[in-house]
Design a protein around this ligand. Structure first.
Ligand code: CUA
Length: 153
């Protein structure tokens, strides 16, 4: 008798779990995580802020700087950038072609850049040093050469 109760309990739990997965996949399916805004991938070079990649000081916002990256096969623009120590930085990135990764070694920054979407991440660089940016999504023949660098000074 108890086995039967446990069996029903088990099946019910499984059904609840599956429906949670199903519902969240349905609602979140058309918006990838960490991608809030959309952009025309063919017009990245002429769409602000991606028309001027690099570090920019901003005023009246919760962050001090915006750091803009444009990814394309097989590079990031800028290929290297300096960030002042302790600055609160909002990283904004997108791709002009295929899906690229954007992970900063030694930090918890790890984004996926998808054509048509702007990925963003706000962080404070509180350690000096050089931080390598790597592509962690396979994007073609030059994937392993695709890097950039953040220098915290
Ligand atoms: Cu870009 Cu892999």
């Amino acid at each position: 008798k108890f086995e039967k109760i446990w069996l029903i309990f088990g099946v019910a739990t499984l059904l609840v779990f599956l429906s949670v997965v199903g519902v969240s996949a349905f609602y979140l399916g058309n918006q990838p995580p960490s991608c809030l805004a959309t952009i025309n991938p063919e017009k990245v070079d002429t769409t602000a802020p991606f028309d001027q990649p690099g570090l920019k000081k901003v005023k009246g916002k919760e962050w001090d700087y915006e750091l803009v990256f444009v990814a394309s096969a097989f590079q990031y623009n800028p290929g290297e950038v300096e960030v002042p120590l302790g600055a609160k930085v909002k990283v904004l990135a997108t791709t002009k072609d295929v899906v690229h990764g954007f992970s900063v070694a030694g930090t918890n920054i790890n984004m996926m850049l998808e054509p048509g979407y702007i990925s963003e991440f706000t962080t404070t660089f509180d350690k000096t040093g050089e931080f390598l940016i790597l592509c962690n999504e396979y994007c073609g023949a030059g994937h392993h050469m695709m890097t950039s660098k953040i220098k915290v000074v």
